[in-house]
Design a protein around this ligand. Structure first.
Ligand SMILES: C[S@@+](CC[C@H](N)C(=O)[O-])C[C@H]1O[C@@H](n2cnc3c(N)ncnc32)[C@H](O)[C@@H]1O
Length: 390
């Protein structure tokens, strides 16, 4: 984090005992009396809140709501820091959290706490997701456990304001269960439903219930760029429609069969199909695809196999779903970087054996390898586009 240099200037300020500062600040904002060109300053056990020039009625406004405060507040002209107008969200968050710490953790070592402020977050509509370790360090735990709920909420609120969102969550590891359940913890906000628009495609899902991988964005765009006019397509691991929806909306498929086992993802996929006006071209097959794919034999031109670390368990049923004349497979896999060419060759050999097993005498060719993202050090998420044809 780079140091933010601040200029100073004189300004009228209302001095308030620290414990009442957040409520009074809220009153000032609501009454349009708060001067947000300046940053508040702590002076001993009081906080100096910058106020606008029309402050004559300030005492009256505050005593209406907090009459007991009258004798404890004063107005003075002070020199305060000028807020920088062009702070990045990260700088704004740093500066606002620094102010919050003045109020609620004045006796702690601020430098250590500020060093832990997250530098990265994921934006999902109006929900910002902080990394799983955000504000969980021993030092932050000590501060937060000594705060009241309202004070902690105020911290989450200023982070939201800094990042320009209304809700805040903290990432947890995606669970290793078959449904890839999301374990996002909501810090501020009542529910986790988010809506996104990406490349003209609407997505919606509950971030606390299902996973969404922003890192797959390039692959979503690539799949949506492939012309699938008149094709019948199967998405064997549809999720909320990460790939199904781009294929329905942008690739212009004739009909798409989406296999999915997680009811929360299915609900999201139904919602998005309606929102994108493609419900008439979509059939959702709920349940384990080892069963549902068996009902889709010999019907498709393309089968999308988007699961990690490996989709090998469904290569055979997926090939059985292709029409007699063949079609395309998009095989997702995690592969060590140096092993990618060998893995592609080995995959084609295995697919040739399956093809013979199921009585299809296809030519099988690797047409493209897409490196989607780094999954772990040295491990790539790749997609192999395979053409099976007579
Ligand atoms: C990795 S997630 C979402 C996949 C999405 N294509 C992506 O890459 O972002 C995989 C999805 O497959 C579903 N799934 C896993 N195993 C399944 C199975 N045997 N049958 C049907 N769906 C399954 C999970 O519920 C989850 O929604």
């Amino acid at each position: 984090m780079s140091d933010v240099k601040h200029a100073h200037s004189s300004c009228m300020a209302l001095l308030i005992p620290l414990e009442f500062s957040s409520e009074v600040k809220q009153i000032l904002i609501e009454e349009n009396l708060y001067e947000n060109k300046f940053r508040p300053r702590r002076i001993s056990e009081k906080l100096a809140l910058p106020i606008r020039e029309n402050y004559e009625n300030i005492n009256a406004e505050i005593s209406k709501i907090m009459p007991h405060l009258n004798s404890e507040i004063s107005i003075e002209e002070l020199t305060l820091e000028i807020n920088k107008p062009n702070l990045t969200p990260a700088e704004l968050m740093f500066s606002n959290i620094s102010d919050w710490l003045e109020d609620f953790a004045a006796k702690k070592d601020k430098t250590v706490l500020l060093n832990y402020i997250p530098q990265k977050w994921e934006l999902l509509g109006d929900l910002a997701l902080l990394p799983s370790n955000a504000f969980t360090q021993k030092e932050w735990n000590e501060v937060l456990s000594s705060c009241q709920d309202a004070e902690i909420n105020q911290l989450w609120k200023i982070i939201c304001d800094s990042l320009g969102v209304n809700r805040l969550g903290r990432q947890q590891e995606i669970s290793n269960d078959i449904m890839r359940t999301s374990q996002v913890e909501l810090l501020l906000g009542k529910q986790g439903w988010v809506e996104l628009l990406d490349h003209g495609v609407h997505f919606g899902f509950d971030a606390t219930k299902v996973m969404y991988s922003s890192g797959n964005v390039t692959e979503r765009h690539r799949i949506g760029d492939i012309d699938m006019k008149d094709e019948i397509v199967i998405d064997a691991f549809a999720g909320i429609g990460y790939y199904s929806l781009p294929m329905l909306v942008r690739s212009n498929v004739k009909h798409l069969h989406a296999c999915e086992i997680n009811p929360n993802s299915i609900e999201a996929l139904h919602w998005a199909a309606k929102k994108n006006n493609v419900s008439h071209k979509l059939t959702i097959h709920e349940g384990d695809n080892k069963i549902t794919l068996a009902n889709l034999r010999n019907i498709s031109d393309r089968c999308h196999l988007g699961i990690l670390p490996s989709s090998e368990s469904v290569w055979k049923p997926a090939m059985e779903c292709l029409k007699n004349e063949g079609g395309w497979l998009h095989i997702h896999m995690n592969v060590a970087e140096e092993k990618i060419p060998a893995w592609a060759e080995e995959t084609i050999s295995k697919l040739k054996i399956i093809s013979q097993d199921i009585g299809r005498d296809w030519k099988i060719e690797a047409k493209h390898i897409e490196k989607v993202k780094w999954y772990a050090p040295h491990i790539r998420h790749v997609v192999l586009d395979v053409h099976c044809h007579l």
